[in-house]
Design a protein around this ligand. Sequence first.
Ligand SMILES: CC(=O)SCCNC(=O)CCNC(=O)[C@H](O)C(C)(C)COP(=O)(O)OP(=O)(O)OC[C@H]1O[C@@H](n2cnc3c(N)ncnc32)[C@H](O)[C@@H]1OP(=O)(O)O
Ligand SMILES: CC(C)C(=O)C(=O)O
Ligand SMILES: [Mg+2]
Length: 576
Amino acid sequence: MTTTPYERPLWNPQQPSPMPFHRYRPFDERVDVPVADRGWPAARLRQAPLWVPVDLRDGNQALAEPMDTPRKRRFFDLLVATGFKEIEVGYPSASRTDFDFVRHLATGGAVPDDVTPVVFTPARRDLIDRTFDAIAGLPRAVVHLYVATSPVWRDVVLGRGRDEVRRTVREAAEHMVRRADPAAYVRFQFSPETFNLTEPDFVLELCDELTELWDASPDRPVTHNLPATVEIATPNVYADQIEYMHRHLARRDSVVLSVHPHNDRGTGVACAELAVLAGAQRVEGCLFGNGERTGNVDLVTLTLNLYAQGVDPMVDLSDIDSVRATVEHCNRLPVHVRHPYAGDLVYTAFSGTHQDAISKGLARHARAAADAGVSDGEAPWAVPYLPIDPADVGRSYEAVIRVNSQSGKGGVAYLLRTHAGYDLPPRMRPDFARVVQQATDDSGREATGKELHELFRTTYLDDDGGDGALRLAAWSAQPTPSGGHRFVCTLETGDRTADHEGTGEDTLAAFVDALAGAGFAVDVLETSVHPADGGSVAYAACRVGGRTVWGAGEGRSAPAASVRAVLSAVNRAATR
Ligand SMILES: CC(=O)SCCNC(=O)CCNC(=O)[C@H](O)C(C)(C)COP(=O)(O)OP(=O)(O)OC[C@H]1O[C@@H](n2cnc3c(N)ncnc32)[C@H](O)[C@@H]1OP(=O)(O)O
Ligand SMILES: CC(C)C(=O)C(=O)O
Ligand SMILES: [Mg+2]
């Protein structure tokens, strides 16, 4: 056997953890995993399995306040609208509420022709009867039988050995056949609860016997649903267990191989994905991962993981916020802000280098779309740090970049441009980012787009330089007969007012000449201008008193905005 890095601790092995880890046993001492020549590691996910939401049963049984009929109906309608075609709608024998809801579906015309309801039952004759009473009148249904099969559950919970469990299953299955309405298209499903802890040969024996007893055929397949009821091992182990069943189940073309991962180790999604690689065709789970304990596997993550690989997810999550709002309402549970694809913060970057990469990526994406003559929403996606385009799930770009003291120039410039329309020249961005950093360090808070706009205005546009400021009380510029420009102005500093004039090759150069005449030596290093709100906004880097200072200004025309930008730089130089 080879040694893995795990087996060579980097720290002092003389000091083990004080936690009583010796109380727990490795999975391979609890279950015999048949390891064959695995096919799943080389397999690829190329199409969606059949997704089956079990929110109305497994999700519902895990709620402090189970859903009433209006909430269940709202959830059911959401699942139908999202595109799910097989939906577990309840455990009719569990309670009057569950029974009534299934009757509501059976009698109320709420089930579209292409949707099949699934109902869940334990292996007890009276409860099976109640289940069939609930579905009377439904033209199609799957009746789902379950019994725990693993040694601990057999011993501790059921108090039955292998043979007795087998007999319980057979008798229940026979009773189901007797109760099924021949006029309806009723199919059967079996779940060996705690499959992942059960001896493989025993599960195979039970499943094959049911395939036979229920007379499965490709037209009327049985579903064998193999749950990781409580996760006990790494996902590769579950994949091995599923691949073993996939290879050995009898009448394989008449069996739908289904999986039902829970999330006790936090690897429910990985288990489901590897199980599909291993041969599973159907996956049961809940939206946003509600369910017993740590939850059922999250179908939203699974479907969008496929989507992010360019595979049709076979569901519509293009308005993920409204899906989330309905699920939160029905479950009365919040979805975490970091929840994959759906949380409030998952399309948001606060940190400088991430923001820089995202804003460059978004700009590149927009250019690529324009070059290809397609919309942003059609062009192939390759934006750093964003696995999918947030717009595809109805999230906006605006939420992508948010600014706090961890942010850098890229994010600050992006938010200022998208929120207020100021497109700072690249060399000016560090200057404004420093101002923002100081403000967010001082406040300890996030700066909103509105606050950035305000900060930009007070820093550059409205900075009147205090009492000693230089003010342009009036000015005009005219072309001269020699092809240059003449700038005439009244300048105020403190309580002094004086008229000045200057000449130059354009309005700005003439203004700088007038400033020099007034005793302000300014060297304009760089300017840029863009249209804004019916006028222009200009940015200028100036050398004033041996320092480089940035200014910005707005005006009705580009020259007017440039003059203001230089004046802003002069005044900022005087006050810093
Ligand atoms: C992994 C899962 O999610 S499995 C689904 C779990 N879901 C639920 O339990 C929610 C709905 N359940 C219920 O409403 C109730 O448990 C009922 C109506 C099904 C049964 O209620 P009760 O008769 O009061 O039994 P109780 O709730 O105490 O369940 C324990 C009994 O069920 C038996 N049992 C457990 N699983 C099964 C099964 N699949 N088939 C038959 N009997 C079972 C146990 O052995 C135990 O029997 P015992 O009382 O003879 O020891
Ligand atoms: C499918 C059933 C039995 C289940 O919910 C589980 O095993 O987790
Ligand atoms: Mg479950």
